[in-house]
Design a protein around this ligand. Sequence first.
Ligand SMILES: O=P(O)(O)OC[C@H]1O[C@H](OP(=O)(O)OP(=O)(O)O)[C@H](O)[C@@H]1O
Ligand SMILES: Nc1ncnc2[nH]cnc12
Length: 181
Amino acid sequence: MSESNPFPEETVSLVQARLREVQDFPAPGVLFRDITPLIADSEGFGALIDMLADRYRGKVDAVAGLESRGFILAAPLAIALGVGMVTIRKAGRLPGPVVGVDYDLEYGSARMEVQPFTVEDGQRVLILDDVLATGGTANAAFNLVEQAGGVPVGLCVLIELVDLGGRSALDGREIEAILSY
Ligand SMILES: O=P(O)(O)OC[C@H]1O[C@H](OP(=O)(O)OP(=O)(O)O)[C@H](O)[C@@H]1O
Ligand SMILES: Nc1ncnc2[nH]cnc12
């Protein structure tokens, strides 16, 4: 899983055409990449999930979604692949037992958690999210999958925000991005 962009151009364009940019959301200076028009469109959403299923079929035993936008993508992909979905959630939302990882945000810190009994020992887990920015969330997810006994085979994101340095923060991890800005 290491070619620069392994996804078919035609589907990538179809997906890209359904994304929206919102300046100064949720804070001044942020250009927010809004995936809601894509998932509101059955053709676009279906094409995205079919493309991801073609890419990962037979290569993974579970899909881990990162709360909350990652869940929207991970659930249909898991069904399409015929595997289960692991939910990696913000702190305090999953009943125990959980394992957690604290990580830094641009300002402040956060914590993600997973229930280890939702990951089988040695299971190959694909981590899926909508956006890779600084990489803090994804890095926590890699660590959580490992702590739970799984083998994280890589991260797939719909959108990589290159200037925010997530790829460097995840040095050595497999990352596939459908779109990069
Ligand atoms: O690479 P990072 O700097 O960690 O940022 C990426 C994360 O930020 C967004 O989630 P957010 O925390 O806004 O939550 P949401 O999905 O609930 O909106 C996005 O969905 C990623 O999970
Ligand atoms: N610019 C952005 N747009 C959408 N989601 C994000 N998560 C972190 N940065 C983001």
